[in-house]
Design a protein around this ligand. Structure first.
Ligand SMILES: Cc1ncc(COP(=O)(O)O)c(C=O)c1O
Length: 402
């Protein structure tokens, strides 16, 4: 048999492939590492840091890992659903004991990112090219994942950087104009990048619009416990879930257990009228993507949550992180009355009203590294560098201190 080559195609598969845009935050890590200045400050990548600038392993995690190492009998496959005991252990932490958790089908995923990816793919197999509304601004990962999967992303306004306030009425109006069946991405708490969360009344108002318009909520809950507390940070998610038949919740344990590189998360799906169909599709998609999720992080979380003492230790460590973040917020808000809103916001991020030129000047002139949008990781600020940061900001933007 003679093989003929299609001459209309280039011989080299990759010949016409354009460069992918670099990951800006990862480039920032490299620039920071290469900066020789001793007083440099890293406010870029979103990991928690303690007062000494470290991201230590939780003591509860260390204890659970020791137990896992001693007691694990097999590493045989678990299945596409993941560790069902892990899923059962995190469910009440997220949804409480009440009806919010009813009819939810959980799947363990590689981190919150994996949960969002699986959510997007499930939505896309159900309705190819479905519309999804995403807050402007939001974590850039949202838009990237949804577009990569083929969903049509539409922004809704949610935050005014200059006044550090939620744009709640414009947000509600945008949601009210969505088409029935459109998906709405909401961040459950500790909004990335703004830190500005909805109040309970605002969650109720959003829920009403969702229910009335027949929208599908996709809630991203990636920082539970780092805002106001485990219960309070899940309250909005629970309000929505009390009211809808169809919902998706992407959850991450990577921040609140400090497990970042262990990729620990879950997707919770509710499809009251087609539960089995959606379940079968979600498991098939998980299988096509990663087959089965990584085990270690989930096993650690399971061990912690099945043990009263370790759970208490974990909660205590989480309380400490939250208290530190609150202190940094209060300190900054005191220094910068114009950004007083920082004290009421939650989580590790704040979005400062800085232009790309300001951000570049902060880096070049003062060795302060942050995302080009003006997002800072507040956990990067410590007793040692906080005044340096404020001085740099004053040098760069004196008007903010007027
Ligand atoms: C809002 C938000 N959602 C999801 C994620 C993904 O979390 P994970 O590291 O568990 O994949 C992040 C990570 O930064 C995030 O900020």
């Amino acid at each position: 048999m003679t093989m003929t080559r299609d001459l209309s195609l280039p011989a080299d598969l990759f010949q016409d492939l354009p460069m992918a845009a670099p990951d800006v935050l990862l480039s920032l890590i490299r620039l920071y590492r290469e900066d020789p200045r001793p007083g440099k400050i890293d406010l870029g990548v979103g990991v928690y840091r303690d007062g000494a600038g470290e991201t230590p392993v939780f003591a509860a995690v260390k204890a659970a890992e020791a137990r896992l190492l001693a007691e694990q009998r097999t590493k045989a496959y678990l299945g596409a659903e993941g560790d069902v005991d892990f899923l059962a252990a995190i469910t009440p932490i997220i949804f409480g004991a009440r009806s919010a958790a009813q009819d939810l089908f959980p799947i363990q995923t590689p981190g919150g990112m994996g949960a969002l990816r699986l959510a997007a793919e499930v939505i896309n197999v159900a309705r190819s090219g479905a519309g999804i509304m995403v807050g402007a601004p939001s974590w850039p990962g949202h838009g990237s994942i949804f577009s990569a999967v083929g969903l049509q992303v539409t922004p809704y306004p949610c935050f005014d950087t200059t006044t550090q306030t939620l744009l709640f009425e414009p947000m509600l109006a945008a949601l009210a104009s969505a088409r029935c069946g459109d998906v709405v991405l909401l961040q459950g708490g500790c909004h990335n990048p703004t830190g500005a969360d909805l109040s309970l009344d605002q969650w109720r108002a959003v829920t009403q619009v969702i229910a009335e318009r027949g929208l599908v909520p996709l809630i991203d809950l990636a920082y539970q416990g780092l805002g106001q507390g485990l219960e309070a940070d899940a309250a909005g998610t629970r309000i929505v879930l009390e009211a809808v038949d169809t919902a998706l919740v992407a959850y991450s344990c990577d921040k609140n257990f400090g497990l970042y590189r262990e990729r620990t998360g879950a997707l919770f799906l509710r499809a009251r009228h087609q539960a089995e169909t959606v379940r079968s599709n979600a498991l098939k998609l998980a299988r096509c993507n990663w087959s089965m999720p990584p085990d270690h992080g989930a096993a650690v979380v399971r061990i912690i949550l099945q043990d009263e003492g370790l759970t208490a230790l974990w909660r205590q460590e989480l309380d400490g992180m939250r208290a530190r973040l609150r202190k940094v917020r209060e300190h900054l808000a005191q220094q910068l009355p114009v950004l007083g809103g920082l004290a009421e916001q939650n989580g590790i991020f704040a979005l400062l009203p800085l232009s790309p030129e300001d951000v570049a000047a902060m880096r070049a002139d003062h060795g302060v590294y942050m995302a080009g949008t003006g997002r800072i990781n507040l956990a990067g600020l410590t007793d040692d560098n906080l005044s340096g940061f404020v001085t740099a900001l004053r040098g760069c933007r004196p008007d903010l201190f007027a």
